[in-house]
Design a binder for this molecule. Structure first.
Ligand code: PA5
Length: 457
């Protein structure tokens, strides 16, 4: 682990995530859960995974698991990050061009923790992610090029979806503003040395920041990739890094019962391999976490859905992450969760304290129909919905865990991000696969280019 100081904001008070795994165990959920004995039998493998993470995190941003060191390493780069963010923030609209790991983290955090009413003068952030000419044309027709900034983010610097949309935007800027002026509306975040985008930034003198070479896309939200767009809209990026650093300190123990990331990983792997739970449903009861679940799904799926081609006898690993949202999916997916196959486990996320509650106003007529709503607020109703759903899931014998967020802010989201990045890497190590690569995705990327060349196999 990086030796940096964990106290990035002296005197700060952390409100920790509450992580309740009781219903992953047999004593919580019955025979579909994991026994303490089965977990204890994994002590050797778990110890090995812990040592691998420790060894693989010991060289700062050059480490194998450099992503887990970003919380400690990025504070040194905050001046450059803030400088780029404040240049971008001089514009009315900032277009963030990037896909997958180069977009999802910032999108998720914007939804979760950006102020509901943006401060006056804060730019509007637009994520240009999936290729959709209809969307892009509509967006461009609503913008004034003179007050628009384009931030192109790509670790590899050559992802085709990002490249083509950036080229369209660059051409739009040139046509609207002229070649020289257009240059002043473009910024880049990419590999420090390699790729088309890096060469372009150098050729055209575009301001740029590096993505550490050892940090892969889906693990990059705590690098410039996530920090710059979030700083543009006023998210407290220092608090985000502090939360991640605090969680890293909380997950340093080799003892599975004292390290929540390790415990979550070990239980999820055992639920897959010992109980044939092939689907991992994440179900927050917090609307603002919808995109966080998308971020988790990418992290979990792309990191764990694979097998080790080099290891004889290796079988496919990974549980399929599924997005759900409480209470909406009680009216859509819950019937299947309850009565279909016992092949799923669940992660609920609840919010302990909502910033404010809206009371349910009842007149006499309403109160006669809904007497139980008397004196209640909306936050209490969603809380009751959550408790009821968790109980029926548990009563039906489905293993589940709950993460309780004390509040929804950048610090707490930093903890959550570190928890899941760490748990994902631990799970990969316990499966015996590489959680950092995505070999089959790369095959698809190359084949798409063959189609464009007109030479598909
Ligand atoms: O996690 C990953 O590596 C991917 O999801 C990438 O983030 C995605 O393919 C975009 O890649 P790049 O940032 O190189 O454009």
């Amino acid at each position: 682990m990086s030796s940096g100081n964990t106290d990035l904001r002296p005197g700060h008070q952390t409100k920790q995530l509450v992580i309740d795994t009781a219903n992953f165990y047999m004593e919580g959920v019955g025979r579909e859960g994991i026994s303490r004995t089965a977990l204890a039998a994994q002590t050797r493998e778990i110890g090995q995974a812990q040592r691998r993470i420790q060894d693989g995190s010991s060289a700062g941003l050059n480490a194998e698991f450099a992503a887990l060191n970003l919380a400690h390493e990025m504070p040194a780069q905050l001046p450059q990050i803030r400088a780029m963010a404040s240049d971008l923030a001089r514009h009315q609209d900032v277009l963030v061009v990037g896909i997958g790991g180069s977009s999802l983290g910032a999108k998720a955090l914007q939804q979760a923790v950006a102020p509901q009413t943006p401060l006056a003068g804060t730019p509007r952030l637009h994520f240009v992610e999936n290729i959709d000419p209809y969307f892009l044309q509509g967006l461009l027709s609503s913008l004034d090029a003179g007050s628009t900034a384009v931030l192109c983010i790509s670790k590899s610097g050559g992802t085709i979806e990002t490249v083509v949309q950036y080229l369209v935007l660059r051409d739009w800027l040139v046509r609207q503003l002229g070649g020289k002026n257009a240059i002043r509306h473009q910024w880049v975040i990419t590999d420090p040395k390699r790729g088309w985008l890096r060469e372009l930034a150098e050729r055209d003198g575009l301001p740029s920041l590096p993505v550490p070479p050892q940090v892969g896309g889906r693990y990059s939200v705590l690098s410039a990739v996530g920090l710059v767009p979030l700083a543009v809209i006023g998210v407290d990026i220092e608090a985000l890094l502090q939360g991640a650093a605090d969680n890293a300190a909380r997950c340093a123990d080799a003892d599975v019962t004292a390290n929540p990331a390790l415990e979550i990983a070990a239980l999820c792997v055992l639920l897959d391999t010992r109980r044939s739970k092939r689907t991992a449903v994440m179900m927050p009861y917090v609307n603002r976490l919808q995109l966080f679940v998308d971020w988790y799904c990418q992290l979990w799926a792309e990191s764990l859905g694979k097998w080790d081609r080099a290891r004889p006898g290796s079988t496919p690993a990974g549980t399929l992450p599924v997005r759900a949202m409480g209470a909406v999916d009680q009216h859509s997916q819950l019937q299947m969760y309850l009565e279909s196959r016992h092949d799923k486990f669940f992660t609920f996320i609840e919010l302990e304290t909502c910033e404010y509650d809206l009371p349910v106003p009842l007149d006499g007529f309403d109160a006669r129909h809904f007497p139980f709503l008397s004196g209640r607020g909306l936050a209490e109703v969603i809380d009751a919905e959550f408790r009821a759903t968790r109980q029926v899931i548990t009563d039906a014998g489905h293993p589940n865990m709950t993460i309780r967020l004390p509040v929804l802010n950048a610090d707490v989201l930093g903890q959550l991000i570190d928890l899941y990045q760490r748990a994902t890497i631990y799970a990969g190590l316990l499966y015996g696969i590489n959680p950092l690569d995505q070999p089959s995705v790369e095959i698809g990327k190359r084949l798409a280019i063959d189609y464009l060349r007109g030479t598909p196999r």
